[in-house]
Ligand binder design. Structure first.
Ligand code: ATP
Length: 260
């Protein structure tokens, strides 16, 4: 299509001292697509997410977010919480939940972040009307149900099995009602059964209309889910295309797919 991409990244560059971790990277995500970012260890994928979400301030380039039907916003230089409020939500390579809060609380906290709560704990201090609270609880329950976590709502996050913790991370990201969901290796550490369930869940999230940008090493999952794939090596984009084009691209096979 010729429609404006939801996310448009141009010339993104990130230097750490003498190391150029991202080298003039161009990337787009269109509405309703699952886009994957793949590449060998150290290619710069996580650095890219960190630039996008305000954890790092890029050395150069532009990060533009255009929610469907709305005007374009520049994300460059925004703090992580502001990026969330603009509609980007992410999960991390290593699980980062609130371990001593319940499953429900983990999701509700995220909801409050999107709605600009000044203090994370506001929820427990009666600063919201009952109606607002009721809506947040309702939304949280529906997300937990979708992610297959309804039987765990009152359990501490730390007590969940590993696969369920990973799904809770996604649930928490969804609670911010993002325009674009960033998933950093969601299948890492999962067994084949959990990975299959994750595949179905991510497809459902996309079918609900959300656009997704995914870093993932599990090629089976990447090929099954993605509408479009970007391949990075040494901070540069070396290829992009649909799964079939990527599977058969000689440069990709040499740099990456040939590894296993
Ligand atoms: P993996 O698949 O292992 O997660 P990756 O593609 O996510 O790898 P990055 O973690 O983004 O790769 O790393 C890209 C390069 O940037 C590496 O050479 C890394 O050492 C470097 N790098 C990342 N963060 C920093 C930092 N804070 N300071 C210095 N160098 C960094």
């Amino acid at each position: 299509t010729t429609s404006q991409p939801i996310l448009e990244v141009t010339g993104l560059t990130m230097d750490f001292g003498g190391i150029r971790a991202l080298d003039s990277l161009d990337l787009q995500v269109r509405e309703g697509e699952i886009v994957a970012l793949i590449g060998p260890n150290g290619a710069g994928k996580t650095t890219f997410f960190n630039c996008l979400t305000g954890i790092y301030k890029p050395t150069g380039g532009d990060l533009l977010l255009t929610p469907p039907g709305q005007k374009t916003r520049r994300l460059n230089g925004l703090k992580p919480n502001k990026v969330t409020q603009q509609g980007l939500a992410r999960t991390f390579q290593n699980i980062r939940l609130f371990p001593n809060m319940t499953v429900l609380e983990n999701v509700m906290i995220a909801r409050h972040c999107r709605t600009r709560a000044k203090v994370l704990g506001a929820i427990f201090r009666d600063r919201r009307t009952r109606e607002e609270e009721r809506q947040i609880v309702e939304l949280s329950y529906s997300i937990l149900e979708k992610m297959g976590l309804e039987s765990w709502v009152n359990e501490f996050a730390k007590n969940l099995p590993y696969g369920a913790q990973r799904r809770l991370e996604i649930a928490r990201a969804l609670a911010t009602e993002p325009i674009l969901l960033l998933l950093d290796e969601p299948a890492a550490g999962m067994n084949p059964q959990e990975t299959k369930e994750l595949d179905d869940l991510i497809s459902e999230i996309r079918d609900d209309g959300l656009s997704i940008l995914l870093i993932e090493h599990d090629m089976k999952l990447v090929m099954s889910l993605s509408d479009h794939i970007f391949v990075m090596d040494y901070g540069k984009k070396i290829a992009e295309g649909n799964p079939e084009e990527i599977r058969t691209n000689p440069d990709v096979i040499k740099a990456y797919l040939g590894e296993d």
